[in-house]
Design a protein around this ligand. Structure first.
Ligand SMILES: C[S@@+](CC[C@H](N)C(=O)[O-])C[C@H]1O[C@@H](n2cnc3c(N)ncnc32)[C@H](O)[C@@H]1O
Length: 295
């Protein structure tokens, strides 16, 4: 009998201690499942003792809607979840066409930080398309691989900046509301994006800007989707920057749940040295701006 078994046997004589131990085990396994900080490789699937199962799709629908806990807070209903993904893709394509000379063929596309494919599922495609979705959260990718592949392709990526593709692979790499949560190593991620883009390929990255702050305090003031972020701004930010210290970037927290804000002029200076910035469009992704870059 190993030490844990001995401990468990002792504790099992005390029901309260046993209940506490079960609670602790639950919390530990949750931390392990969702802690991107340590690794994203723990695929949170059905578990039977030490065997981890990937369960096949039960859905008859060709592109089913993921369960609500995988919606990343984007909507309250299935209809709204689908609509906001469709709208964000339409808006992205419209902006890319506006700045694209000539219009860009989007055969090979990477959605970096795709979650459960909210946007990727709406990207127009044909039999020549190679559309990839990557995320550090393996639960999203496990769902996508079971339900959206084929036609789309998916892989879990690491928390350290690395994209598992050859140089010059993609016509477009886009990140919808992903760099808004990358507080560390943003430039290193951007360098990876540059590497996997083909010459003349586009990057489309949404960010929080100064205008985001204004929008959250006005247009989106009563929107429940943004209430937490607005509360942070109104308390945390206001309290901790009472003298209005100038900033080029600030972040609430420094982990995968962080919220990062950029000053557009300094971002253009810094990011533009990595991939030339073609345009920054405010309010492109609700309250977020889109940075369009061309290699
Ligand atoms: C707010 S969600 C946006 C999801 C998706 N882009 C969309 O528009 O529906 C942010 C996603 O980015 C992922 N993420 C954060 N940092 C990442 C990174 N360095 N590489 C890949 N995914 C990342 C998170 O796991 C999460 O799924």
């Amino acid at each position: 009998m190993n030490l844990i078994e001995q401990l468990a046997r002792k504790l099992s004589q005390d029901r309260r201690a046993m209940a506490l131990m079960e609670k602790l085990a639950g919390q530990l396994s949750k931390t392990k499942r969702f802690s991107h900080g340590s690794s994203a490789r723990f695929i949170p699937l059905a578990r039977h003792h030490n065997v981890l199962f990937v369960c096949p799709s039960q859905s008859k629908n060709a592109t089913p809607v993921p369960p609500q806990h995988l919606w990343e807070g984007y909507a309250q209903t299935e209809l709204d979840y689908l609509k906001c993904g469709q709208d964000d893709v339409a808006q992205m394509l419209c902006i890319l066409n506006e700045v694209g000379q000539p219009p860009i063929p989007l055969t090979r596309v990477l959605d970096l930080g795709c979650a459960s494919g909210r946007m990727l599922r709406f990207l127009p495609r044909d039999e020549t398309s190679e559309h990839w979705g990557l995320d550090i959260n393996a639960e999203h990718i496990a769902w996508c691989q079971e339900h959206l592949n084929p036609p789309m392709l998916f892989a879990t990526n690491t928390t350290a900046p690395h994209l598992p593709f050859e140089d010059s692979t993609f016509d477009l790499v886009y990140c919808g509301s992903v760099f808004t949560h990358i507080s560390e190593l943003a430039e290193a991620w951007l360098l990876e994006v540059r590497r996997v883009l083909r010459q003349d390929g586009y990057a489309y990255i949404t960010i929080h800007t100064r205008q985001t702050i204004d929008l959250l305090r006005t247009k989106y003031r009563d929107d429940p989707l943004f209430s937490d972020l607005l509360a942070e701004l109104n308390s945390n930010f206001a309290e901790n920057n009472p003298d209005g210290v100038e900033w080029s970037v600030f972040t609430f927290g420094a982990d995968p749940n962080s919220q990062v804000f950029y000053d557009v002029a300094s971002l253009e200076r810094r990011w533009g040295r990595i991939i030339p910035v073609v345009a920054v469009k405010e309010q492109a992704h609700d309250h977020q701006a889109a940075v369009v870059m061309r290699k």
